[in-house]
Design a protein around this ligand. Structure first.
Ligand SMILES: Nc1ncnc2c1ncn2[C@@H]1O[C@H](COP(=O)(O)OP(=O)(O)O)[C@@H](O)[C@H]1O
Ligand SMILES: [Mg+2]
Length: 338
């Protein structure tokens, strides 16, 4: 079986002059090496395809793969995470992780919250602070937490995200508009414990690997898991697996969200508890970082005695066992109309 690997390599974009924050979600060569050597170790033939431009050229040249291991985050547009899988769908090439629909709408935190809320999954009250206008609706009481509507890796999450009044809300929202060119999302500030939940599998076969609590040290930004806290996690953050009642509830909330959103194969759901210690859905990461040392999903798995290879094996089993992803033999006609 020939497996292509699609990814956005951080060093490539830094070399092109993009700044560190823009490249924060992209992968390092260690991640690509680790995935590649895992797949080779499983007896697969692998090919490093690269980003969407490289993929486009190779597809146009007639190349194909039996499966693509896709961790490309994309650079431009709200649908950036969906671009590679959409292209693969067009060429009927199966891939690991979620499909374009899921990857597009889960990047938008407000749309995602609407879907999980509709299914009865608890999530904090919120409103969208659009680019053009900016009128606080007065529906949700302060304190609020303000963040970019469609970023990840803590981008745009600072000590100014926690706001106590309309003036602070306006300043932070406008800063987000300026820096990220997108709407801001404000939601009820959740003062409780924070968890990230690792999940592998798809649909009814999805299961929680473990629930990890993110404990901020005294020298950390106190309001949450900010961009700076994430960067300096070694000094500022302690991670521990937890199994108490509240943690189990966090796991249940995360798994329910994962299923209702249609996420596939493996990833993470971020949860934070409200003032009454009730875990609330924050966001889902259907393309969770897979750095062999630094990825939160990898850290969490290791704490649960699941090593890197076992984690990736579970992800691969999920992808390979989903026959709906593979073209039906009777439908396997040429994708070339030239
Ligand atoms: N409503 C909220 N109340 C309190 N903290 C929050 C809230 N929303 C986000 N945070 C904090 O900000 C961090 C990043 O938010 P999140 O939505 O997970 O975005 P990202 O995609 O950047 O990880 C969370 O891990 C949490 O610490
Ligand atoms: Mg998060």
């Amino acid at each position: 079986m020939k497996i292509g690997i699609t990814y956005d390599l951080k060093d490539d974009y830094l070399a092109l002059g993009y700044d560190k924050e823009t490249c924060a979600e992209f992968d390092s060569i260690e991640t690509i090496n680790a995935i590649d050597s895992f797949l080779k170790g499983q007896g697969y033939q692998t090919e490093r395809v690269g980003n969407i431009q490289a993929l486009t050229k190779q597809l146009a040249a007639g190349k194909t793969w039996d499966l693509v291991f896709n961790i490309a985050e994309g650079l431009y547009g709200r649908g950036r995470e969906a671009q590679v899988p959409a292209l693969l769908d067009a060429y009927r090439i199966p891939y690991v992780f979620s499909d374009p629909l899921v990857l597009a709408f889960t990047l938008d935190k407000a749309l995602t919250k609407r879907v999980v809320r509709d299914a009865g999954v608890p999530t904090a009250e919120f409103e969208v602070w659009p680019m053009a206008s900016g009128q606080w609706s007065e529906k949700i009481p302060f304190p609020l937490f303000v963040k970019p509507i469609a970023e990840g890796t803590g981008k745009g999450i600072t000590t100014k995200s926690l706001v106590q009044n309309e003036k602070e809300l306006r300043l932070t929202a406008e800063d987000i508009h300026r820096r990220f060119g997108q709407a801001a999302l404000d939601e009820t500030f959740l003062p409780g414990r924070e968890f990230t939940v690792g999940i592998t599998g798809t649909g009814e076969n999805a299961e929680v690997i473990a629930v990890m609590e993110i404990v901020l040290q005294n020298n950390a930004d106190a309001c949450g898991y900010t961009y700076e806290n994430k960067l300096q996690y070694e000094d500022r953050v302690t991670y521990k697996l937890v199994e108490d009642k509240e943690a189990q509830k966090a796991g249940d909330v995360a798994l329910a969200a994962w299923k209702i959103l249609g996420c596939r194969d493996g990833g993470r759901v971020d949860i934070r508890s409200d003032a009454q210690n009730n875990p609330q859905f924050l966001e889902v990461n259907p393309l969770a970082g897979l750095h062999p040392v630094l990825g939160d999903l990898v850290i969490l798995s290791k704490l649960a005695d699941i090593d890197y290879a076992t984690l990736l094996k579970r992800i691969m089993i999920s992808a390979l066992s989903d026959i709906s992803r593979f073209p039906h033999p009777q439908q396997s006609v040429s994708t070339s109309y030239a």
